[in-house]
Design a binder for this molecule. Structure first.
Ligand SMILES: CC(C)(COP(=O)(O)OP(=O)(O)OC[C@H]1O[C@@H](n2cnc3c(N)ncnc32)[C@H](O)[C@@H]1OP(=O)(O)O)[C@@H](O)C(=O)NCCC(=O)NCCS
Length: 338
């Protein structure tokens, strides 16, 4: 049975059951990825940025003979932002190939259509059943990135410490656990605005203006995701010349996520990229006792970034793709197939 579901008032048993399904999916599709923990899972599912909405549905098994509620075997949510709905679907491996995934997508797509949105986007992990699934529904591939993973046990810390200090005179690095300090928010947002063109292909708008940046940091904290920032300050102007962001989610604190790394155009060629990333790894090593890995996503065309990542020890893992489809087309196609 598929029904609309609100994580804010769902029972703890339902949240735990959804987490079990997520971990069964990870074990089947991405066995090298760490399982998720229950900490802040409800907030992770419920919290959104101002102006965004997330609508969720679950597929739940029938109640047991003793009346206890059935397990959550499938889940779909759609995040409505701009003119796009970003979809995520999960089906427990024991329930696959029965049409449940298709039903969940149709339920969400109908709502996205009713809400007047144009298109649906989805992140699809390479070498998993999701590729054939979305292609069978008519989605097309828009953008491909490579996920790479760094195993911290293989890092040469002495070499990294040299990289962290190998920056030209006139710049200095700062480490900010929790996010940039308020007095640097404007300069920080200006640096992020520089990469607008590069990020055009991505589903999630980046935070260009100071208020959006504050909102996005707040939202991360509420979802149990702790941001860490290293930035390079240009001493002469006080401008943020470069920045790198890593988030440690309380749901999987052994594996951190690398977010943006930016070196502002005028400040390229001074060793900033290498230095900020190396300093970040050194700081994380002491700040996050459980951390063993960091994952990052890069466009295949971004050769400079891929080169620095390879020097730091990142190993390419798999493709991570964005697919999309026109909502009306999807609804018609799925309705016609019933
Ligand atoms: C993708 C996913 C939602 C599909 O769910 P599902 O319930 O098995 O999908 P359906 O039964 O509705 O399949 C619909 C169609 O998709 C295609 N399809 C789905 N899985 C497929 C597979 N493993 N191989 C080939 N085609 C597949 C088929 O055309 C299928 O129709 P058919 O069974 O009549 O041939 C499910 O595999 C899943 O949850 N994957 C994990 C998603 C994810 O986000 N992973 C990231 C890690 S958390």
């Amino acid at each position: 049975m598929v029904r609309e579901w609100d994580p804010r008032n769902a029972s703890s048993a339902e949240i735990a059951s959804l987490l079990d399904t997520l971990n069964a999916v990870l074990a089947a599709d991405l066995p090298q990825d760490p399982p998720w923990r229950e900490s802040s899972m409800r907030e992770y599912l419920a919290e959104v940025m101002p102006g965004e909405r997330r609508i969720s549905w679950v597929a739940q098994a029938e109640p047991a003979a003793d009346g206890s509620p059935g397990a959550i075997l499938g889940h779909v949510h759609v995040l409505l932002l701009g003119d796009i709905g970003v979809l995520e679907v999960l089906v427990h491996p024991s329930e696959r190939r029965t049409g449940l995934g298709r039903d969940l997508v149709l339920t969400a797509a109908r709502r996205v259509y009713q809400e007047g949105f144009q298109s649906i986007g989805v992140e699809v992990v390479g070498d998993t059943p999701a590729v054939a699934f979305y292609e069978s529904l008519g989605f097309s591939k828009e953008y491909v990135e490579t996920r790479s993973v760094l195993d911290l046990s293989g890092v040469d810390w002495a070499e990294l410490s040299e990289m962290a200090t190998g920056i030209s005179a006139g710049y200095h690095l700062q480490f900010h656990p929790g996010g940039p300090p308020d007095e640097l928010i404007e300069a920080y947002a200006r640096a992020k605005a520089e990469v607008r063109d590069v990020e055009d292909g991505e589903l999630r708008p980046s935070s260009y203006d100071p208020q959006r940046l504050r909102d996005s940091l707040d939202c991360l904290h509420r979802r149990g995701m702790k941001p860490y920032i290293v930035l390079a300050l240009h001493e002469q102007t006080g401008e943020v010349a470069g920045l790198t962001e890593v988030v440690v989610p309380v749901q999987h604190p052994t594996r951190a996520d690398q977010y943006d790394t930016i070196v502002v155009q005028d400040h390229r060629g001074y060793g900033i990229d290498r230095a900020i990333k190396a300093r970040m790894l050194m700081e994380l090593r002491s700040a996050e006792a459980e951390l063993t890995e960091v994952q990052t996503w890069n466009a295949q065309a971004n050769e400079a970034m891929l080169k620095v990542n390879a020097e730091l020890g990142y190993r390419p893992d798999r493709e991570w793709c964005e697919y999309s489809i026109d909502v009306a087309e999807l609804v018609h196609r799925l309705d016609a197939g019933r």
